[in-house]
Design a protein around this ligand. Structure first.
Ligand code: PMM
Length: 275
C-alpha cells in the first residue's frame, strides 16, 4: 500500500459533503467548511481523509453525478494540494476518475465495483488502491436484503466474487482493500457477528478496512429505553471498536472523530510490538 502504511492500524477521518448523512449530514456541505474540517481531521490524528458526496445511510436516495462532482471535487482538490492523503468515497467511475485527477490516492467504493460497470476499469487503469466493500444493493432498499445462511461465510463468499471480478478487470492484487460493510444489508445483530469474526475477514489476505464509527447498531446498544443514543454519544463505543479492529489486524479504521482512535491504534501497536 506504498506510503499508506505506518506499522500500525491507520486512521481514516470522514468528511461527508452531504445534507443527509446519518451522523454528520449537513455540517460540511459548503466546500470551505469541508476543507477546513479535512485539515482539522489531520491535525486531530487522521492519517488520511475520506471525502464523500453521496449519503449511503439506510433509505437514502441517489443524487446525480453532476451534483456529486460539484460537492466532492473542490474538496479533494484543495486538500490534496495541501498534501492530505485522500480517499474518495464514491460508487461512480466518473467521480472516482475526476477525484484521482484532482489528487485522490484511493478509491473507496462502498459497492465494491457493483454499482458502476466502469469502476473497475478506472481503478485498473489508474493503478491506485480500491476499497472493495461488501455490498448487495443501493441504500434505498438494502435493509430489506439481510438474509444470510451464515453471515460471516456468506459475506466472505460474496467478497471473494467481487475480488475475482476485480482481478478479471485487471486490478492488481496488491491494490485491493476489503471491508465487510458494517450496516450495509446487515442487521445490528449481523454487524456484531461480523465484528466477532474480524480474523476471518483479515484472513482473506488483503488489507482490512473497518468502518463502525457512530453507526446505528451502536446507538441501539447504548439506547436509553426506546431512544437510541444520539450519534455524538457513540464516540467511546467507536473507539472501543477501533481498538478491537486494530487488535485483529485491521489495516485502517474509518472514523468521524480521529483523536481518540489515533491514540487507541498506537496503544495496540505498542502492545503488539516486541520490547
Ligand atoms: N460506511 C459509510 C460510508 N462509507 N465506506 C466504507 N469503506 N465502509 C463503510 O462501512 C462505509 C463507507 C456510511 O457511514 P457515514 O455516513 O458515516 O459515512
Amino acid at each position: 500500500m506504498g506510503g499508506l502504511s505506518a506499522g500500525r492500524c491507520l486512521v481514516m477521518g470522514v468528511i461527508n459533503v452531504t445534507p443527509d448523512s446519518f451522523s454528520d449530514g449537513g455540517k460540511w456541505l459548503d466546500a470551505k467548511t469541508a476543507i477546513a474540517h479535512g485539515v482539522d481531521l489531520v491535525d486531530g490524528g487522521a492519517d488520511l481523509v475520506d471525502v464523500g458526496g453521496e449519503s449511503t445511510r439506510p433509505g437514502a436516495l441517489r443524487i446525480d453525478a453532476a451534483e456529486e462532482l460539484r460537492r466532492v471535487i473542490p474538496v479533494v482538490k484543495a486538500l490534496a494540494a495541501q498534501g492530505v492523503p485522500i480517499s474518495v468515497d464514491t460508487m461512480r467511475a466518473t467521480v472516482a476518475q475526476q477525484s484521482l485527477d484532482a489528487g485522490a490516492l484511493i478509491i473507496n467504493d462502498v459497492s465494491g465495483g457493483r454499482a458502476d460497470p466502469d469502476m473497475f476499469g478506472v481503478a485498473a487503469r489508474s493503478g491506485k488502491p480500491l476499497v472493495l466493500m461488501h455490498w448487495r444493493e443501493h441504500s434505498r432498499a438494502m435493509q430489506n436484503n439481510t438474509h444470510y445462511d451464515d453471515v460471516v461465510a456468506d459475506v466472505i463468499a460474496e467478497l471473494r466474487l467481487q475480488i475475482e471480478a476485480a482481478h478479471e478487470a485487471g486490478i492488481a492484487d496488491d491494490n485491493l482493500i476489503v471491508d465487510p460493510g458494517l450496516g450495509f444489508s446487515k442487521t445490528g445483530e449481523q454487524n456484531w457477528t461480523v465484528l466477532r469474526h474480524l480474523d476471518a475477514f483479515a484472513g482473506l489476505g488483503y488489507p482490512l478496512l473497518v468502518a463502525a464509527s457512530r453507526k446505528r447498531f451502536l446507538g441501539e446498544l447504548l439506547a436509553d429505553g426506546e431512544a437510541f443514543r444520539p450519534t455524538d454519544g457513540r464516540e467511546a463505543a467507536t473507539v472501543a471498536l477501533s481498538t478491537i479492529a486494530a487488535e485483529h489486524g485491521a489495516w485502517c479504521v474509518r472514523v468521524h472523530e480521529p483523536a481518540a482512535s489515533a491514540d487507541a491504534v498506537r496503544v495496540v501497536a505498542r502492545l503488539r510490538s516486541e520490547d
